[in-house]
Write a protein that binds this ligand. Structure first.
Ligand code: UD1
Length: 348
């Protein structure tokens, strides 16, 4: 079976690492295509290196642009790549512009498309990721869903017949990285700090909201290590917002293992990232999410994640009591990549 994976942005490299490791053990000819949506060393190459991902077979070097120009450039470049490789499956990941471009290219050229992380919804039509998810699920031939609730959502949209609950590959990746950190014998002493990331357009591109968030983090009772995505740096500079003040300690984006280590040692996570909300939950570190909704409602229902949208809500969330322990595993047990392989092989 020949599977062509299309990735382009940081969270997709993380998911690809679990899939590439699994496919290497199976009878899969795996072609990796990197659109170039993320190109900075710390957003791209560092992930391939630290997570032992094979180098891409094709690099499209599309880079940054507005949504239409970026997605369109990827779509045009992908047509040629797909036609040359003639895959049995095109595997697309998550909800970025690279996901949508690959799904569109594949469906137009009649190559079967499988969507990993299907069925997630924020129901917020202002998020670019929400358009990407909905359109990709409806273009796909196979929806590989991470949770039972994602499968239920796909069924409500008439996609039940092509939906499979495979669990979440992020659990596979996190288990792998946590095991290597433990094996490397690096002691993880509690740091007494919060770990923060902010990169979503809803937060970075609205100066009033960004200023409110930065002010709240600056007045945190504990130091806040803010791993800053280039988008945050650029938008803060544009709006004249000083990121280095009060409790905030500004850092460049972290590698995946370094982030896991920092979260494990921290007193809590503050983020608008989808992946990090779940990683915090899996590592049983309380999370404060700077968004009006989350695709990972299970983390909220189980008490480990709180949505906060004003300075008061953020500070209240940072000083809340530690949540009650839980052994719930709504994201599966870490065998998602093997279940992805089985679902693809079965439908092949
Ligand atoms: C993208 C995804 C988002 C995902 C995030 C992970 C979409 C619509 N959004 O957001 O879902 O959570 O990746 O990080 O696809 N930039 C650089 N260097 C890079 C890449 C980007 O400096 O390597 C800067 C550029 O100024 C660029 C901006 O960041 O314009 C935004 O990059 P883009 O890829 O459009 O979206 P992200 O915000 O990274």
């Amino acid at each position: 079976m020949k599977v062509l994976s299309v990735v382009g942005a940081r969270p997709q490299f993380v998911k690809l690492s679990a899939i590439a490791r699994e496919f290497a053990l199976r009878d899969v000819e795996h072609v990796i295509v990197h659109t170039g949506q993320h190109y900075d060393e710390m957003l791209s190459d560092a992930f391939f290196r630290d997570l032992d991902i094979p180098a891409p077979d094709e690099s499209l070097n599309i880079g940054s642009a507005g949504h239409g120009a970026q997605t369109g450039a990827m779509l045009a470049a992908l047509d040629d790549v797909l036609l040359r490789h003639q895959p049995d499956w095109v595997l697309v990941y998550g909800d970025t512009n690279s996901t949508l471009a690959a799904a569109l290219s594949a469906v137009k050229l009649h190559f079967p498309v499988a969507h990993l992380e299907a069925g997630l919804r924020s129901f917020n039509r202002r998020m670019p990721e929400e358009h990407n998810r909905v359109l990709t699920d409806h273009a796909a031939d196979l929806c590989l869903a991470p949770t039972a609730s994602a499968v239920e959502q796909l069924a409500r949209e008439g996609l039940g017949a092509i939906a499979v609950d495979v669990g979440d590959v992020m659990v596979d990746v996190l288990n792998h990285v946590r095991n290597s950190l433990q094996a490397s014998d690096e002691k993880s002493e509690p740091s007494g700090t919060f770990v923060a990331t902010i990169h979503r357009a809803e937060n970075t591109d609205d100066p009033a909201r960004l200023e409110m968030i930065v002010r709240a983090l600056a007045s945190s009772p504990l130091p806040v290590t803010l791993f800053a995505h280039p988008r945050l740096i650029a938008k803060a500079a544009e709006a004249n917002i000083d990121l280095e003040r009060g409790s905030i300690q500004l850092q460049p984006p972290a590698s995946y293992p370094a982030l896991v280590r920092a979260v494990l040692a921290s007193s809590g996570v503050i983020t608008d990232s989808g992946g990090l909300q779940k990683e915090a939950f899996l590592l049983r570190v309380p999370c404060t999410t700077l968004r009006t909704e989350t695709e990972w409602q299970e983390t909220v229902d189980l008490g480990w994640n709180v949505l906060a949208n004003s300075a008061e809500e953020i500070l209240a969330a940072l000083t809340r009591a530690i949540p009650s322990p839980t052994d719930a595993s709504p994201y599966g047990i870490g065998d998602a990549s093997s279940r992805v392989y089985s679902a693809l092989a079965k439908a092949h």
